[in-house]
Write a protein that binds this ligand. Structure first.
Ligand SMILES: *Cc1c(COP(=O)(O)O)cnc(C)c1O
Length: 428
């Protein structure tokens, strides 16, 4: 056995990995004269090499065919979003007609709540996790207020009951039981963005439904990271973005799932012409008739230039499949965990659960106190040192560095480089 902390060991792990890296399919930013060690795929995934060709295809079609581009040749714009439907459904474990790429995450969350958050005097409340992503909290609180209810009483935020800000399944179960009769909606993250904790989503949907509430998932940090089974989970809706683990570029068009049982729902919805039944959409009639499935929640004709990079990304996901990708992710993150536990446990405290099933690729690392080289708080000092070495994580106040090895393009060598840089900072 070679020493896990040696470059030879990391290289051997990469060479022997059952899923060879697709790193050469991505553009890796450079730092000084070498490739960056990029662990920020949880924030903005790297650019697939194929993205440019798909964007140029749209630009060329626009230049040469203009309005005809909607109906002619390859990758016509009218059914363009259909090109991503099936691969996207495979990534999130859905039936094809349950998913649609549209809008942005927060916009989709609002559209979903318009249909699936229908508060009554008896049942006005929404349950979310405390410390949720601000946009989700704003969206949820504003929906509660929009219906004339009061977020101070009707937005229930479940506090962590475990060290490091983690929430046990028992606490979730208790909260759903305790507030059950008042709950209209449970909105839960696939992976909590601060802590990296992943949840048993099917169980959460089951518990919510058993209390007569509906359930939605925010999969901003789950899509393209966990092996999801949205259809089987029974959840009513889910939303996610495509610029994080789905590598589709800044502000990329987002994703939305509506469970099959709502495919022909007559719940209230905010309507737009692109959600109209497709065969009669262009009769331009005055009455909205929704097309069945998730497509019926579309508002507008989609930004084709925004969808183009998603095609390139999904081609790579299809090449490997979520199962193999998730297994590789567990190997990479497990290696990161081993290196930290063996040599860096006096410097970094792992907040993310140790059970692979309870996390995605990200580890949230609390930098253990004191002052760093510059006399500043150790956490920020280490973070800046790493960035100076071309090792990029992301920073959460007051003392957490998030490191997310993305299995499509990060390697065991990347992970080792992180550990070695932390050691070099600690023992200058
Ligand atoms: C990244 C993220 C968002 C971002 O919302 P946008 O509408 O895409 O700007 C929202 N919620 C969560 C949980 C996120 O992680």
């Amino acid at each position: 056995m070679t020493d896990p902390h040696s470059p030879a060991h990391a290289a051997a792990l990469d060479a022997a990995d059952p899923l060879p890296t697709l790193r050469d399919q991505f553009l890796i930013p450079r730092h000084n004269d070498r490739e960056q060690t990029y662990f920020v795929g949880n924030s903005l995934g790297l650019q697939p090499r194929g993205a440019r060709a798909h964007v140029e295809e749209v630009l060329d079609k626009w230049a040469m065919e203009a309005v005809e581009g909607h109906f002619t040749g390859q990758a016509q714009w009218m059914p363009y979003h259909e090109l991503v439907r099936e691969p996207l459904a495979r990534v999130v474990g859905a039936q094809p007609h349950e998913v649609v790429a549209m809008n942005s995450l927060t916009a989709n969350l609002h559209l979903m709540m318009v249909s699936f958050y229908r508060p009554t005097r008896e049942r006005p409340a929404i349950l979310i996790e405390a410390g949720s992503f601000p946009s989700d909290r704003y969206a949820v609180a504003s929906q509660i207020g929009f219906h004339g209810f009061d977020p101070d009483t009707d937005l229930i935020e479940l506090q962590p009951d475990q060290p490091g800000g983690l929430i046990s399944m028992q606490a979730i179960e208790r909260a759903i039981a305790e507030h059950g009769p008042r709950l209209a909606l449970v909105l839960w993250p696939g992976v909590q963005y601060r802590t990296g904790q992943a949840f048993d989503l099917a169980e959460i949907a089951r518990l919510a439904h058993a209390q007569g509430a509906l359930c939605g998932f925010d999969l901003a940090h789950g899509a393209g990271n966990l092996e999801l089974a949205l259809h089987d989970s029974g959840v009513d809706f889910a939303v996610w973005c495509h610029y994080k683990y789905l590598n589709s570029g800044p502000g990329a068009v987002a994703g939305c799932f509506v469970h099959e049982r709502h495919a022909r729902s007559d719940r209230p919805r905010f309507a737009g012409w692109w959600g109209h039944e497709t065969s009669t959409r262009f009769r331009m009639g005055p009455q909205f008739v929704p097309t069945p499935g998730a497509d019926g929640w579309q508002l507008s004709n989609p930004p084709i230039l925004g969808l183009a990079p998603l095609r390139a990304s999904l081609e790579l996901f299809d090449r490997v499949g979520m199962r193999a990708l998730r297994e590789k992710s567990q190997r990479l993150t497990g290696y990161l965990e081993t290196l930290i536990r063996e040599r860096l446990s006096d410097t970094l405290d792992i907040l993310t659960p140790a059970q692979p099933a309870e996390r995605g690729c990200q580890l949230s690392l609390r930098v253990i106190g004191g002052r760093g080289l510059s006399g500043r708080a150790a956490g920020r000092d280490l973070f800046d040192y790493l960035a100076g070495e071309g090792v990029l994580g992301d920073w959460r106040e007051p003392d957490v560095i998030r490191i997310s090895p993305a299995p499509l393009y990060n390697t065991h060598a990347d992970v080792l480089r992180f550990a070695q840089a932390v050691q070099a900072w600690r023992n200058p």
